[in-house]
Write a protein that binds this ligand. Structure first.
Ligand code: GRF
Length: 194
């Protein structure tokens, strides 16, 4: 019987530095029948990143880059992405800033997830700052990466209410749960425009 072949999946690389709950979530998403992505390479700048356990367990090619120099690490990463024919990069808690040159090479094809309602609270410690400022709402944003930190075009956002009882840890947990729903949706949205 003739095998039915679905639409081609976009070869995707996920970049991490730490816990990797978004990585785990995106791996599960990529394994779904209707997922538009196939994860071909996991990149980490940290050999101790907990997230590396997930990709290894799922036998996804995973590489650690020393980052003693950004230029040489990025060149190695670019070479590996080329070999793997990666067409989309999803940053998921990747703590290194990508150079303008790197971003240009993947222009419009690098996504990041950020734990705030951008343009509010760019950078680190978003939950702590939102609580200290008595914000009523927080949330998360998936955006394209450009050369300015957390400033690229917004693809999707999810807003949540901060309760009076929230501290930065409980808020962080709530937002992370929403991140896991938002990132796959944003990927689908961006790929539908390819
Ligand atoms: C997430 O909160 C993400 O928004 C931010 O870094 C964190 C990564 O978490 N960019 P994890 O490693 O995916 O659990």
């Amino acid at each position: 019987m003739k095998k039915l072949i679905g639409p081609k999946k976009i070869k995707t690389s996920i970049f991490i530095s730490g816990t990797g709950s978004n990585l785990k979530n995106l791996i599960n998403f990529s394994k779904k029948k209707n997922s538009p992505i196939n994860i071909v390479l996991v990149v980490s700048d940290n050999k101790n990143a907990k997230g590396l356990n997930f990709s290894k367990k799922k036998k996804i090619d995973t590489k650690i880059y020393q980052y003693t120099s950004r230029i040489s690490s990025e060149n190695k990463i670019l070479k590996d992405l080329n070999k793997k024919k990666a067409k989309l990069i999803c940053l998921a808690g990747f703590m290194k800033i990508l150079s303008k040159n790197f971003i240009r090479k993947f222009n419009g094809k690098i996504l990041n997830i950020h734990p705030s309602l951008l343009p509010k609270y760019k950078g680190l410690n978003t939950h702590k700052r939102a609580i200290e400022n008595n914000e009523i709402f927080s949330g998360c944003t998936v955006h394209l990466v450009n050369s300015k930190l957390d400033s690229g075009k917004i693809i999707l956002q999810k807003k949540i209410r901060i309760s009076k009882r929230d501290n930065y840890k409980t808020l962080g947990k709530k937002v992370l749960k929403q991140e896991h729903l938002l990132y796959p949706r944003a990927i689908k949205k961006i790929i539908s425009n390819y």
